[in-house]
Structures are given as C-alpha cells and as structure tokens.
Design a protein around this ligand. Structure first.
Ligand code: GLU
Length: 407
C-alpha cells in the first residue's frame, strides 16, 4: 500500500513538471557514470569506462595559481563574461594555437563548455529552427537543441568512413529552416579529426547559405595524435558566423573546475553574456584565475598526458581488434573508441537477448562489470563508447573481461 501510494505520488508529481523537463532525455554519459558509481558502492568490482574525464590530477602549477587566488581574496562575483585578463589570455591562446584573432569583447567565459554551448543555442535558436548534427555527436548537443525548442537533424556516418560526413551529405541536409550546424573535431565519441581540406569543403557548401551559423566545439583540440586540429573559424568566409567553443577540462585535467569559453562575433558574445547574467552570472572566480595559468603555459607542459592517452589508445585498439564482432576506426584524437557492435544484434549471449547497443552495453555491465555508453545517445545506434581515460591496468582488465563475457 505504502509502495503504491509512493508510486502514485511519483507519477502525480511528474505530471506537475514542465513539458520542457519531461521531454528532455537524461545525459546518458552522466547516467551511466552514476550507475557505475552506485554499483561500486554496493561492493561490485566495476570498471567504469563510461565517463570522458582524464584520470590525471590537475597539474601542480595550476593548483598553485588557484591557491594563490584564494589568498589574494578572489572571492567576490566575477564579471559575467569573465575576468579581463583571462579573456586576454584566451585571445592569446586562440592566436597561438588556432591562428584566430579575437578581441576580449568577443570572449565569454562560462561554467564549462557545456554552458558555453547552451548559451549559444539559447541565443541563436528559435522554435522550429533546425540544427544539423553530424553523427555521432556528443550527447548534450541534441538535448540542448531540444531545450532551445529547435529540431535537430542527424547526418549519419559509418565506421567504414571513419565516422566522417561528406560535403554532399551536408548540402542535402540543409533546408530553409537550417539555422546552425555543429562541428566537433577531434570528435566525442568517435575520435575523428577533420582536416583543413575537409573543413574547407564544408565551408564551400555553407558559403551558399549565409544564414547558417557554425558551432565548432574544439574541447579535445590538444588530445590529438595527428596534425594539429584545424579551427573552423580560421576559414575567412566562416569567421563572422562561427562560434568557437573550448575549455580547460580535457587538456588540463580540470573537469571539475568547470571553465569553458567561446570566441564569437561580438553581437553573439554580448547575447551570451546577457543570457548567462540571468542564469548563473560569472563562472567560479578561483577556477578562472587557475585557467589563466593553464592557458599561459606552453602546450608542452601537458604533453605527458597526451602521450599517455596515445599509448592507451594503441593498447586498446590492439586488444579490441582481437574480439570478433567489434568494428573499429582508428580515432585520431579525444580519449574514446567507438566500436560498431551490430554483429551481436539479434543474438542471445548467456541468456541476454541483444537487440541493440543499449542491450549490449547493459550486458557488458552485468556480465563483465564494465561500464560503457550506448551509441544511441550519440546518434549512432549500432555502436558503444568506451572511454580510455582510465589506467592501463584497468583498460587491460576491462577488455579481458569483455572478451571473456562474449566467449
Ligand atoms: N564530456 C564528457 C563525456 O562525454 C563528460 C560527461 C558529459 O558532460 O557528458 O563523457
């Protein structure tokens, strides 16, 4: 009785929630990480390869800058768009790493790149606008588009094509309602990197459609094992309608510090500042001071982490290749592999019926004690995402377990 009352109340209360939240999918990356944490707390020996976060500590020189900021009493509200000296440091970073010229008035610092992206979507999208998402794409792009009451349109790709879309596909997806396209290179979840020539071919298509804005998410720029990633806004004809998103979470092992930023046309930056001023205000003051130290340091200071990710990528690829049924591309960057596992669909393994990637991911959790993320969340329902931002020992053990569970 008590149980059914509780259930009843739960449904009653859910009905009181807005359509906005009821229609919003949960973040699958965060949900899987929470599930893995919960199972670990229950005493299960789970290896979590679900969340994309470096397993390194934030480098000491960045921590020192934060401690100094506390001593220097950086304890009041910061300017909504970020401290001026941080914005200058961001402009210098854009010049140094991306060949992009921005003025501080074009920069907005936010609470993580996720908020940066949400700001941009909220200020540019109207109900009914279409957002093009080359798939696979990071889980929150679609959710943020829904929150902005826009419609997202997936442009599919395959593992055989290294998860790249073609200019012809981009062109075919454009309609009079298209307002934005999201690019993300290196890509989460596939690790795919678009070359300058490939980006220029997309730009040729977009030049014919002057009303489309481009969000270029470059958060994985430094986690790159190939040539330096090319910034979309570095294409002259695209600069005035591209928003470049970046942050310190991935490159500097600062996921919890929550600092992201954009470089954008000034009118878009101003609108994002207005939006943020009503929702969260300026990002955490101490984390902003620490970010100055991070961005002013030579990129060589974080090379040891990138080298380690590179090493792990090679190990993971070699080990996964030994498992029948996994189809892989070679990710050029980020810290994920995104195998196509559709060979297992329609099979029954150890009394688990595998109909789709979600079933497969749940099977791995239950039978191998390994947490991954289903590809549906990334617009690629035949794949699963495995994060290799974990220790080499854990990666070896996890893949051994997966192999055993499937044998
Ligand atoms: N971006 C990371 C991931 O994809 C962090 C989790 C999230 O915010 O989605 O795992």
């Amino acid at each position: 009785m008590a149980q059914s009352l509780r259930t009843h109340n739960f449904y009653f209360m859910t009905n009181q929630l807005s359509d906005r939240i009821n229609n919003l999918p949960v973040s699958e990356t965060l949900a899987m990480a929470a599930k893995a944490r919960e199972l670990k707390e229950q005493g299960k020996d789970i290896i979590s390869l679900s969340l994309g976060e470096p397993d390194f500590n934030t480098p000491d020189f960045i921590k020192e800058a934060a401690i100094q900021a506390i001593h220097d009493n950086y304890s009041s509200y910061s300017p909504v768009d970020g401290y001026v000296d941080l914005k200058k440091a961001i402009c210098e970073k854009f010049k140094r790493d991306n060949n992009l010229s921005y003025q501080p008035s074009q920069i907005v610092v936010s609470t993580g790149a996720k908020q940066s992206i949400a700001n941009v979507a909220m200020v540019l999208l109207n109900p009914g606008d279409e957002v093009l998402l080359p798939a696979p794409y990071w889980v929150s792009y679609s959710a943020i588009s829904i929150l902005a009451e826009a419609t997202y349109v997936e442009i599919p790709s395959t593992v055989e094509a290294d998860f790249k879309i073609t200019p012809a596909q981009l062109e075919a997806a454009i309609t009079p309602k298209t307002k934005m396209v999201f690019f993300n290179s290196p890509n989460n979840p596939s690790g795919t990197i678009y070359s300058e020539a490939e980006y220029r071919a997309f730009a040729k298509v977009l030049e014919k459609h002057p009303n489309i804005y481009i969000l270029s998410d470059e958060i994985y720029e430094h986690i790159n094992y190939e040539e330096p990633a090319f910034s979309f806004a570095a294409i002259e004809s695209m600069y005035d309608r591209t928003i470049t998103v970046n942050g310190v979470a991935k490159a500097f092992a600062m996921t919890g510090w929550r600092i992201g930023y954009i470089g954008a046309p000034e009118w878009i930056a101003k609108a994002c500042t207005k939006m943020q001023g009503q929702i969260t205000s300026g990002a955490n003051s101490i984390a902003q001071r620490a970010t100055i130290a991070a961005l002013q340091a030579p990129v060589s200071k974080i090379k040891y982490m990138v080298d380690e990710f590179h090493n792990r990528r090679d190990i993971v690829i070699d080990l996964i290749r030994e498992i029948d049924g996994f189809k892989l591309n070679i990710p050029g960057g980020a810290f994920y592999v995104f195998p196509d596992v559709s060979a297992f669909f329609g099979k029954e393994i150890k009394s688990y019926k595998i109909e789709n990637a979600a079933d497969f991911s749940m099977f791995l959790l239950a039978e191998a004690n390994v947490a991954t993320v289903t590809g549906d969340a990334f617009g690629a329902p035949t794949c699963i995402r495995i994060s290799y931002a974990a220790s080499e020992a854990n990666l070896r053990e996890a893949i051994k377990r997966i192999k055993e569970a499937l044998s």
